[in-house]
Design a protein around this ligand. Sequence first.
Ligand code: DX5
Ligand code: ZN
Length: 222
Amino acid sequence: MRKQILPSMMCLDITETLDAIHEMEKENIEYLHIDIMDGVFVPNIMMGTRYIEQLRKITSIPLDIHLMIENPEQKIDWFEFEKEERVILHVESTVHINRAIGLIKKKGAIPVVALNPETPLAVLDYLLNDIEGVLLMTVNPGNAGQTMVPGMLNKIGELRDYLDNKGYSNISIEVDGNVSFENAGIMSKKGAELFVAGSSSIFSKDIIISEGIKKLRSIVIV
Ligand code: DX5
Ligand code: ZN
């Protein structure tokens, strides 16, 4: 799979959003990463259905919608998803993850499941036929600007081996949290294919977005 950079829109200053999106379009960004936080599953409240509606008016870049909300199966109907979009559900956020995945598929979106740093890979055992991707949180979900949790680089490699050994090499691995210019290369070597780019890379103060995207792309091509 071609390595992809997914800008994390929560890291972007609202006044810079329009210009930044034009830059991202010029750089052929495939997905924008949208963090939806409910203040219950994670200690933060962020973005929402209205933000998504407004974003759709200014760009046709598909979305990678990361639902950090309790019981997402009860709220999926509040969202409009486009066909090729990825919708990410946390296995820790519901006891009905299989039902939630089914609802995402019914709406025509691509189902992806997310694991918190401490969640074991075995939770995926009975989900592999139903998902197209796994998002590994490499920081605790909820805030930008954190340092990677120790052990996460190895976990990426373990997940790649786990998927390949079970015959699911087609399932993609996305990494989210502290995907810095320093960490991204090794994340890529370990098997990550989609990189959520936030304040540690393309939205850091000392770099312009288009340069940051180019730099990150060159780092993750291994
Ligand atoms: C949470 C977010 C953050 C963040 C990533 O799901 O996606 O992890 O935007 O950006 P960093 O960690 O680079 O600030
Ligand atoms: Zn995220």
